[in-house]
Write a protein that binds this ligand. Structure first.
Ligand code: ARG
Length: 457
């Protein structure tokens, strides 16, 4: 392709380190789409003949068929997807193929391809997260009143409902989708026509190619256009945050399926056995969601490092943006799918959740609140009285409601029989009616809110 200046062909090792076709063949569809838009525009502007553009477009369509059929022969000697397609176009339509690269460089071409690819990926991830939200909302609806322990420091804190817990992840996924949508908006400017770095002397119409490719308009600075990988970085950082959310839920599943907790059961088909211990049923899918988060974070970190020292404009370092991004985004997509399957099919062990929720003095805050409300005690005093009662119960080896009224009155004589009504876990969750709180009616209403919002998209 650039033989004019060169006296010898590339060394084997040069070819090996330089070639990107092994991974950028993923851009085939985007590359062809971009080339067709470019060819049409060149002809409309009279830069190439209409007959040549027609041949080019027909040739690209034929190549697209070959690629889809798996008959296209990719060549490492041709370096990348752009050169592979152009070389094949030459074989297919002859001389006209040589006119396609007028007023264009691989630098703006690869930026365009990658933006189109990321845009498709963002749309796909958004759909997947939508499905995950639906699965979580369905569980929330079914378990709006299923009491489980809420934790802080992984110590029993206050009773909550499983539905409320599920909806916490729906909120996270909602913000994740917001970040992806935001990244999509910002990336949607076309670099095509920035050429190598300085623009071109040909009278091209960048508005036209931008519109043809679904971009909102052309980028405004040719140097920035070919050296910008913010759109990948932004996507990867949103992906990393999403993966962290999935990883936290995965970690909870891993904990919840242990015999010690036994809060949920995963179907056999989403777990694995042990080759030696016949009783084992391991939550490998959840563990791998947790682990693959490392790859997603790694992808972001590695591209940040690749980019941080690059002077403007294009440097070949930027070819390293792809494998890491593909791996991170593929991993995330797989994790969302696996998590959606687990959430959809997990079975809740309501008895185990209830029993655990009642343990660990989980209604101590309710007792303190009762003292404030009924005896008009300042909260700090109520906290102290309750703490004393917890210590008493702990010494006696019972829960708070295992203390007799006489025992409670030793600590605070004004306590009455009525106090026992707030020590039950159902009453506890029912009382959390503040906006965003865990009361079953709140959870039902919030699940309905999400159901409607998701159905309306
Ligand atoms: N394969 C290259 C990449 O992925 C395409 C751009 C090549 N441009 C260049 N001037 N060598 O970045």
């Amino acid at each position: 392709m650039w033989g004019g200046r060169f006296g010898e062909s590339p060394d084997e090792i040069m070819e090996e380190i330089n070639a990107s076709i092994g991974f950028d063949k993923r851009f085939a569809a985007q590359d062809i789409r971009g080339s067709k838009a470019h060819a049409h525009m060149l002809a409309e502007k009279g830069i190439i003949a209409k007959a040549d553009a027609d041949q080019i477009v027909a040739g690209l369509d034929a190549i697209s068929v070959e690629i889809e059929a798996g008959t296209f022969e990719f060549s490492r000697a041709l370096e990348d997807i752009h050169m592979n397609i152009e070389a094949r176009l030459k074989e297919t339509v002859g001389e006209a193929a040589g006119r396609l690269h007028t007023a264009r460089s691989r630098n703006d071409q690869v930026a365009t391809d990658f933006k189109l690819y990321i845009r498709d990926t963002l749309d796909h991830l958004d759909g997947q997260l939508h499905a995950l939200q639906e699965a979580l909302v369905a569980k929330a609806k079914a378990h709006a009143a299923t009491v489980m322990p809420g934790f802080t420091h992984l110590q029993t804190a206050q009773p909550v409902t499983f539905g409320h817990h599920c909806l916490a992840y729906v909120e996270m996924a909602g913000r994740d989708r917001g970040r992806f949508a935001d990244a999509r908006k910002r990336l949607n400017e076309s670099p095509l026509g920035a050429a190598a770095l300085a623009g071109t002397s040909f009278p091209i119409d960048r508005e036209k190619t931008a519109a043809a490719l679904g971009f909102d308009g052309p980028t405004r600075n040719s140097l920035d256009s070919v050296s910008d990988r913010d759109f990948v970085l932004e996507t990867l950082s949103a992906a990393a945050i999403t993966a962290v959310h999935l990883s936290r839920l995965a970690e909870e599943l891993v904990i919840w399926v242990t015999p010690g907790f036994d809060f949920v059961r995963l179907p056999d088909s989403l777990t694995t056995g042990s080759s030696i211990m016949p009783q084992k049923k391991n939550p490998d899918a959840a563990e791998l969601v947790r682990a693959k988060t490392g790859r997603v974070i790694g992808g972001l970190t590695s591209l940040l490092v690749v980019m941080k020292g690059l002077p403007l404009a294009y440097s070949k370092d930027m070819q390293e943006d792809k494998e890491t991004a593909f791996d991170a985004l593929d991993s995330l997509s797989l994790c969302i799918a696996a998590m959606t399957a687990m959430v959809t099919r997990l079975k809740v062990n309501e008895e185990a959740m209830r029993a655990s929720a009642a343990k660990g003095f989980s209604t101590a805050t309710d007792l303190a609140d009762w003292l404030v409300r009924t005896l008009d005690m300042p909260f700090r005093n109520a906290h102290h009285v309750t703490g004393t009662l917890v210590a008493k119960a702990e010494a006696k080896g019972c829960d708070l409601d295992g203390l007799s009224l006489a025992e409670m009155q030793e600590t605070e004589p004004r306590i009455t029989e009525e106090v026992y009504s707030v020590l039950g876990i159902d009453n506890s969750v029912k009382s959390r009616t503040s906006f965003g709180g865990t009361a079953p009616d709140n959870v039902k209403a919030m699940a309905a809110f999400w159901e409607k919002a998701l159905a309306g998209e």
